[in-house]
Design a protein around this ligand. Structure first.
Ligand SMILES: Cc1ncc(COP(=O)(O)O)c(C=O)c1O
Length: 397
């Protein structure tokens, strides 16, 4: 499906629907009238097959305790194989209400207070919080930025693992907000460092399906023919791909039997959560019948990204836009034009936008902004008009 048809069929108004992104603007940003381009969900209805499956379940009218049926496992395993050439076995799969909940669970289960937890910043801020909130030592290995593209700093990463007694690594793959799909070679290098120092890897692969320009994703599960399974927990979910975040269903994949047994044992102490029946129903339907919809979504993200990038960089060539290999989160460095300390005033009071600010992801990124491209192009056009108009005013001052 092409973007035009996708937007016509699925774009939807969200004000007044108890949407965190739109209805919490007053509480979160102090201004309910901003245009919301922050949190990572979308202004698009789910595929029809998902709505139909949910309707059918709702019409049955019973929401008692549930179990994942074989058909769910089959749909999920087929999706991983077909889309990512990743082999997953049924026994390896556990469930969790969300990926954030899972990396908190893993930190709680496999480390103790004071242990080092390493992340590669700038990175999704709940990964920072998973260490801070649990009184672990947050260890940041900053990614290197070369011509707007981000790379792992493996020397720094290994040195910090050793000097900071790191026990667990939360890997963001693909990376939010750096937009990178890590190559198999990069993953091989970082995973082998973790194996060498006995660091448990929690690989957050929630953005694995949002791949732009026909690019391919490599799961940590497949790297070097599964060489790193011993110390590996992979987190995936249909929630970013199909806009299902609040149906509270995600997958935890643990291929190593010993690690899995340990996970099951430790999780008993603090994770007594039932499965979300509607989450399971929606995910299965999406994995089985959501491909055409996903094609339309990807075409829309790509055209939104290209539009905003062209508008910004042709008019203001010193704006640095990081290429979007994956995710729908556009990462922009405005520091050549806007003083970092003025960015909030510029974005909110001048441009009337609600976005994610760079310093949420790394102290080093004040003056960067993250904009959500999984949205109706009318909002992207609004953002382009606002930002270019206000940058022009700054230039003429
Ligand atoms: C890298 C990453 N992990 C996890 C999440 C959220 O996952 P969940 O809603 O399943 O907790 C997001 C949402 O933006 C994300 O970008």
């Amino acid at each position: 499906m092409k973007s035009e048809e996708f937007v016509k069929s699925y774009a939807v108004e969200r004000h007044g629907t108890a949407s965190l992104k739109w209805d919490a603007l007053g509480v979160r940003f102090g201004d309910p009238d901003l245009t919301a381009m922050w949190v990572a969900d979308m202004e698009f209805k789910v595929p029809e097959v998902v709505q139909e499956a949910l309707h059918e379940r709702v019409d049955h009218g019973v929401f008692g305790y549930t179990m994942a049926p074989d058909s769910y496992y089959e749909a999920f395993i087929n999706w991983q194989k077909k889309h990512h050439d990743t082999v997953v076995e049924k026994d390896w799969i556990r469930f969790s209400p969300g990926v954030v909940a899972s990396f908190y669970n893993c930190v709680n289960a496999f480390t103790k207070e004071g242990d080092g937890v390493i992340i590669q910043s700038p990175v999704y801020y709940p990964m920072h919080n998973a260490a801070i909130d649990t009184h672990r030592k947050l260890v940041r290995s900053e990614l290197k930025r070369i011509d707007g593209r981000y790379y792992m700093d493996l020397e720094d990463f290994e040195a910090k693992i050793v000097s900071e007694s790191v026990k667990l690594f939360i890997l963001c793959s693909p990376h939010n907000p750096a937009g990178r799909i890590w190559s198999e070679e990069e993953l091989d290098q970082v995973l082998s460092i973790c194996a060498k120092h006995d660091v448990l890897v929690v690989s957050d692969e929630i953005h694995q399906d949002i791949l732009l320009g026909g690019r391919k994703f490599v799961s940590s599960l497949s790297v070097n023919n599964g060489a790193y399974h011993k110390n590996l927990i992979v987190l995936t979910a249909p929630s970013k791909t199909f806009n299902l975040a609040c149906l509270l269903n995600s997958n935890v994949i643990i291929p190593d039997p010993e690690l899995r047994a340990e996970y099951d044992l430790r999780m008993k102490a603090f994770n007594q959560v039932e499965l979300s029946i509607l989450g399971i129903v929606a995910a299965e339907a999406a994995y089985k019948g959501g491909e055409d919809w996903l094609e339309g979504l990807l075409d829309t993200i790509e055209s939104n990204f290209n539009y905003l990038k062209t508008e910004l960089t042709t008019k203001f060539p010193k704006v640095v836009v990081t290429e979007l290999e994956a995710t729908y989160l556009m990462w922009i460095d405005l520091t050549a034009y806007v003083k970092p300390e003025d960015t909030k005033d510029f974005i909110q009071n001048k441009c009337h936008l609600a976005i994610d600010f760079g310093e949420w992801f790394s102290d080093a990124c004040k003056g960067f902004v993250r904009l959500n491209m999984a949205t109706d192009p009318k909002y992207v056009k609004f953002a382009a008009d606002q930002i270019t108009r206000e940058l022009a005013k700054l230039e003429s001052e």
